[in-house]
Design a protein around this ligand. Structure first.
Ligand code: ATP
Ligand code: MG
Length: 384
């Protein structure tokens, strides 16, 4: 098909690191990417064709982005979905659909959707605003309290094992979920385009830091049986199909003690658990996100080796302008790749970047990770 250039004008709601990492795919395709972000010089704004400075729930800002775009996609889901639903009626294409963004914004609505769609998910009950510990005990301990909305990076998630934990509960509208004890967490990236074509990546294993409830590192492929791998891919595809829309999705799953799979939650966008795909897969998650937006044939998802990706988060005890130490040791490794997000300010625990190591086996990469972590540090320039 004959196309005039630029191929498209892509709008992205949010200008964080995910939009920043989408930029190379846009540039390669001569797609003009404009991001909407409240922050001047946002991570993606630094590298995009354009940035609109504005709030992600602000009608005029979202309208301005839509007017400048042929297709709009997302860097995060905490956006004005209702406004976007109204704008979609005026003709702008949203990938994924705003209705799916709105569904996913509410974890309880998401869980109800899985239950109604026959997708296995941990048992849950809504406790709303005025919870009573008797209800919690009747549901059974241990369990997990989850905020209906607004949670991310483990905020909005509280494990309850005792009355004391209950005293420290989240003071927000929430539901309870059975605690899943298996200890293995998987994530599967899936892309789907308008033609209905879908591609699915190899499941990755997310190793969570139990203290921070935050991803410590991930390895791909996950160290699970072939049968479980295939099952995880099947559930992930089924979950994405259930939304009836297109785009890129990260499907998080738990492996139970009995070796069964439960869908935890879905991100309707690029995901931390797909960052290794930039360097370790035939087609990166960002390239496939763009292709899904343009309805182009989706790229192959094969891994070219075993991969490990770790977040680079701000070191505790420091704030201020970011500084990095130990880049030399990482760069000495045979197949190591750093991605820094261009954030102006570093705070303890803030995601400042990530790196991916590629090799022949998991143990070798975990050894390399230990080595890298001894020297590689990102921190603020001022002690706290
Ligand atoms: N039902 C559960 N049983 C056991 N652990 C759980 C359960 N729900 C959540 N967790 C733990 O808490 C982590 C964060 O939970 P969840 O993914 O629901 O929240 P989130 O804030 O959206 O996280 P993120 O943004 O990091 O994906 C999970 O990755 C898992 O380690
Ligand atoms: Mg999660």
């Amino acid at each position: 098909m004959l196309k005039s250039l630029p191929v498209a004008r892509l709008g992205v709601v949010g200008g964080g690191q995910l939009a920043r990492m989408l930029a190379p795919a846009c540039n390669a395709h001569h797609v003009q990417m404009t991001v909407l972000d409240p922050m001047h010089n946002s991570p993606a704004g630094q590298v995009a064709y354009g940035q609109i400075q504005g709030a992600l729930h602000e009608p005029d800002a979202l309208k301005a982005l839509c007017e400048r775009s042929d297709v709009v996609t997302f860097d995060l889901e905490n956006v004005g979905a209702d406004i976007l639903m109204a704008l979609a009626d005026q003709g702008v294409e949203l990938i994924p659909a705003a209705a799916t963004i709105r569904l996913i914004q509410n974890k309880l609505a998401q869980k109800c959707h899985y239950r109604a769609s026959g997708i296995p998910t941990a048992e849950f009950i809504d406790i709303g605003d005025e919870p009573d510990f008797a209800v919690v005990k009747a549901f059974g301990l241990p369990c997990v309290q989850k905020a209906h909305t607004g949670g991310y990076d483990g905020r909005g998630v509280h494990v309850i094992q005792s009355a004391g934990d209950w005293d420290r509960r989240l003071k927000t509208t929430s539901f309870l979920e059975k605690f899943v004890g298996g200890g293995t967490e998987l994530a599967v990236m899936v892309a789907r385009r308008a033609s209905g074509e879908m591609v699915v990546y190899d499941p990755v294993e997310m190793v969570v830091d139990p203290a921070l409830n935050l991803l410590d590192y991930l390895v791909a492929p996950a160290r699970v049986s072939d049968a479980l791998r295939v099952q995880a891919q099947k559930f992930a595809k089924q979950t994405v199909e259930s939304f009836g829309t297109n785009g890129l999705f990260g499907v998080e799953l738990f492996v139970t003690d009995d070796g069964d799979l439960l869908v935890n939650e879905v991100a309707p966008r690029a995901h931390n658990s797909g960052h290794h795909t930039i360097d370790a897969c035939v087609t990166s998650q960002f390239e496939n996100q763009l292709r899904a937006c343009l309805d182009l044939p989706l790229g192959a998802t094969e891994l070219r080796g075993v991969a490990l990706t770790a977040n680079l988060v701000g070191e505790s005890g420091f704030i201020g302008s970011p500084v990095i130490e130990g880049l030399e040791d990482l760069s000495k490794l045979p197949d190591a790749h750093i991605h820094l997000y261009g954030k102006d300010e570093c705070r303890p625990g803030r995601k400042m970047g990530h790196f991916t190591l590629i090799g022949d086996n998991h143990d070798e990469l975990i050894q390399q990770l230990k080595l890298v972590r001894r020297s590689l540090v990102v921190r603020g320039d001022t002690p706290q």
